[in-house]
Design a protein around this ligand. Structure first.
Ligand SMILES: [Zn+2]
Length: 237
């Protein structure tokens, strides 16, 4: 099962509307919404908050919830988490968090944590794919590799993709490329005018969508994957 999730970091609401227009056949997905597009909601898809949490400042801790359209899931910016945060989120009514990162593996199952909230681990993150070589300079891994798509299509558990629409819009190909484009975006340019052709996050994402379509691979949004596991009476591992 494939789950497509998106963290809307730094994208403005109008940038996100362009995203949905660019991908009208996007399988039902989950959007974790960053402060820059706080009021935006993805019609036809699931939403959840993507708050920035500074553990050095407990008073700055924000877990958003929307009484009109309560979110089931939460993913914090940079996947900041702690046991106390998980307990707080469970108390705020969230069913699941999606912060654990089991990157480049075969996929994972959602599981119940001891904190009263489910965890849906992430199998792929576009930015960490780009940053991998910087963090592990001696590793042979190249970003945007086809083996990720092959692993997702063959996955017998849940393969959670975490893309950033800002990287898709920019077609970011490296940390340096991203930093350069981000400065123009912050200056007011539309995110979608900054992408260049060639290998990058957008071309990888579009290859993935095409592969999902061609293979008829099953997809679910994040809460559906968690609720399925909960409905099966599983998750106590
Ligand atoms: Zn983020």
């Amino acid at each position: 099962m494939i789950c497509l999730t998106f963290d809307t970091d730094w994208m403005r609401a109008e940038d996100m509307e362009e995203f949905l227009t660019a991908y009208p056949d996007l399988p039902r997905s989950t959007f974790f919404i960053h402060e820059a597009s706080a009021g935006w909601r993805p019609e036809g898809h699931e939403w959840g908050p993507h708050p920035t949490i500074d553990l050095r400042k407990p008073s700055g801790l924000r877990a958003w919830q929307d009484p009109e359209a309560p979110a089931l899931g939460i993913r914090s910016h940079s996947c900041v988490t702690s046991h106390l945060l998980s307990i707080e989120w469970a108390g705020a009514g969230f069913l699941y968090q999606s912060n654990e990162t089991h990157l480049f593996g075969p996929g994972s199952m959602p599981f119940r944590t001891a904190w009263g909230i489910w965890e849906l681990p992430i199998s792929y993150m576009d930015n960490m794919d780009m940053w991998f070589g910087r963090n592990w300079a001696d590793a042979p891994r190249a970003p945007f590799a086809e083996d990720v798509i092959a692993a997702a299509l063959a996955c017998e558990s849940v393969y959670v993709f975490d893309f950033h629409p800002v990287h898709i819009a920019f077609n970011s190909s490296s940390p340096e490329d991203y930093v350069r484009k981000r400065a123009s975006h912050a200056g007011g340019a539309s995110a979608w005018t900054l992408g260049a052709p060639g290998g990058g996050t957008r071309s990888f994402f579009e290859r993935l969508l095409e592969s999902i379509r061609d293979a008829g691979a099953p997809t679910q949004c994040a809460s559906e994957a968690v609720l399925r596991e909960q409905g099966n009476g599983n998750g106590l591992g």
